[in-house]
Design a protein around this ligand. Structure first.
Ligand code: ADP
Ligand code: MG
Length: 581
């Protein structure tokens, strides 16, 4: 049954009465027609009824406490499903709150559509001071991949179709769809309305690479003495898991996964060079990038992370042609979708493929084993309060035992150390701060991960990071989602030990000492735990994850344990003024 049935005014006596539909129902019908089943949002003028009606029409409508988290949920739903995640917001302030998530989605190449109600065009454009007046379309444009406004109910089908295609095709990204309040109430003939809807055919068409590009890439790869594959989150997004595994195993080339590509092959795979990352980058001579950009996370492909200048040749697979040569020369650009490109490389390798020299494989293996051995004792410490390493050592075992759980991770030390310590075993199970290193994705990602996959979610959060989206604990409880949040509570940002030199206020980086974040979860009916040792942490997380109920574990971490900005302290500018003695 379609939405229009609800507002059909038929009277068998009077055949002439036309069946009608309106803007609300056409938006819902257009989304449903395109297989979109979930909306993440915050209700309010003018979209409150849109949410209600969508729910009545069988869509899942997940209401948040703040639009940024609804937006983050939509973005990660897009990453997990390859369908654009939908975020629905009210005009001006709600729209702006959602915009951070939209911009972040575009930066991370996640398909998402921010649908926002907006105020009356006639008043906004004359700047006459409407309720929540703002030229939202103009503001959204530079922050997303595409932005559209629909003024007529008859154009809703096309507007939604354009938004979906823009979000999913080519390099995925965030799209803004502006729907002014008046549009929702516009009435039109129901049959004409249905006909105006568009089911997007093949929203992300395969983009096959040129055979010359594949041949060139294989030539370069064959010439390598120390080849390396770098898997990025584009490779995770592409869902070409089998082909990627086959490429690694057939070629025999070691690989380094970027953070959200961890688990594409298990981190314990013999060809994983994750634990020998620095050596792998510095000493490789040919690097095949698969859905990974040479941005700051890879030191822009140059500098001391990459050894002698010019010593590394890059082959890059990416769907976006303009990504090539963005930082350094790409000697073999392979433009196309990852599934097609990887398959073409595999086909081209054929029977006679030579495995890389064994001394390179042995070097990386030795380095990896040494690094793992060096780390091991730190992970086993039973000290109280806990170090980051000891707490993460406990969680590492839990993830190993529950490989299908989804790990959401943010913070500074909590992020950087977890990325290295917690091995992942399955694709798209690690969701984190991505390209920007944004804080505040935690609860939004957790909600969508649970809703979209039905899998248990483990959120490993720095106490500061958690604060950005902490109120969504209520959302998690309201929907009864299987989310276990572990807050690494070290009393502050980076560390909990700073003081104000004047003695007047708390230092800028500290929080109320010994806070009990577990009580926040209890406030909404979830289960709270307060733990001070790795054993207690293990017991609490296992109990919570077995129960499938919302839980928050307040894990007490040594306030002196963290380092400034985690692993990226070098990005902090240093004052040029010398302190007087
Ligand atoms: P990471 O941060 O993990 O290195 P990035 O987000 O920097 O990953 O890079 C992801 C890259 O993957 C982007 O350049 C994007 O264009 C590309 N990409 C995303 N999806 C596909 C796909 N299906 N096929 C090819 N390239 C893709
Ligand atoms: Mg902290």
């Amino acid at each position: 049954m379609t939405a229009l049935a609800k507002i059909v005014h038929t009277n068998p006596e009077i055949d002439a009465e036309p069946e009608l539909t309106d803007g609300f129902h056409l938006v819902i019908d257009a989304l449903k027609l395109n297989g979109i089943e979930t909306i993440y949002g915050v209700p309010g003028i003018p979209i409150t009824d849109l949410g209600r009606m969508a729910q009545a029409e069988g869509m899942r409508v997940i209401s948040f406490r703040h639009e940024q988290h609804a937006g983050n949920a939509a973005a990660i739903a897009g990453f997990l499903t390859q369908k654009p995640g939908i975020c629905l917001t009210v005009s001006a302030p709600g729209f702006l709150n959602g915009l951070t998530a939209l911009a972040n989605a575009s930066t991370n190449c996640f398909p998402m559509i921010l649908i926002s109600g907006s105020s009356e065009r006639e008043i906004v454009d004359l700047q006459q001071g409407d309720y929540e007046e703002m030229d939202q379309l103009a503001i959204a444009k530079p922050l997303c991949k595409a932005a559209f406004r629909v003024l007529h109910a008859a154009d809703i089908g096309i507007g939604v179709a354009r938004a979906i295609r823009a979000a999913c095709s080519g390099r995925p990204g965030g799209v803004y769809l502006d729907l002014p309040a008046k549009l929702f109430a516009q009435v039109m003939d129901a049959e004409a309305g249905q006909k105006s809807l568009v089911k997007v055919i093949d929203p992300a068409p395969a983009q096959r690479p040129a055979p010359e590009a594949i041949a060139r890439a294989l030539e370069v790869l064959k010439s390598a003495k120390r080849p390396l594959i770098v898997l990025g989150k584009g490779a995770a997004y592409a869902q070409a898991d089998e082909a990627i595994r086959a490429l690694v195993e057939t070629s025999g080339i070691p690989y380094v996964p970027m953070s959200m590509a961890k688990g594409l092959l298990p981190d314990t795979h013999p060809l994983s060079a994750g634990a020998a990352r620095s050596t792998a980058l510095k000493d490789s001579d040919v690097v095949l990038l698969i859905g990974a950009r040479l941005n700051w996370l890879l030191s822009h492909g140059k500098g001391k992370s990459w050894g002698e200048p010019g010593s590394t040749k890059f082959i890059q697979i990416d769907i976006e042609p303009r990504e090539m040569d963005s930082n350094v020369e790409i000697v073999a650009p392979v433009v196309g979708d990852i599934a097609s490109c990887v398959q073409a490389l595999l086909d081209g390798m054929g029977q006679g493929w030579q495995q890389p020299p064994s001394d390179w494989i042995d070097t990386l293996k030795a380095k990896r084993e040494a690094n793992i051995a060096k780390m091991a004792p730190k992970l086993m410490s039973n000290a109280s309060p806990m170090t980051f390493h000891a707490a993460l050592g406990a969680l590492r075992t839990i993830v190993k035992e529950r490989p299908d759980a989804i790990l959401v991770n943010e913070g500074a030390n909590t992020l950087d150390l977890a990325r290295g310590i917690i091995d992942m075993y399955q694709p798209r199970k690690r969701l984190d701060v991505g390209t920007w290193g944004i804080m505040g994705i935690g609860m939004g990602f957790a909600v969508a991960a649970a809703v979209e996959t039905g899998k248990p979610v483990l959120c490993v959060e720095g106490d500061s990071a958690f604060g950005f989206s902490g109120m969504e604990v209520e959302t998690i409880c309201r929907y009864g989602l299987p989310v276990c949040i572990v807050v690494f509570n070290n009393n502050g940002i980076y560390r909990g030990t700073d003081t104000d030199p004047t003695g007047r206020d708390p230092a800028t980086t500290v929080f109320v000492p010994d806070s009990r974040y577990d009580k926040m979860m209890e406030a909404f009916g979830g289960v709270g735990y307060h733990v001070t040792t790795p054993d207690e942490l293990t017991r609490a997380v296992n109990e919570a994850m077995n129960s499938g109920r919302p839980a928050l574990v307040n894990a007490v971490i040594d306030p002196a344990a963290g380092s400034e900005s985690g692993n990226i302290g070098s990005l902090n500018p240093q004052s040029g003024i010398k302190k007087k003695k």
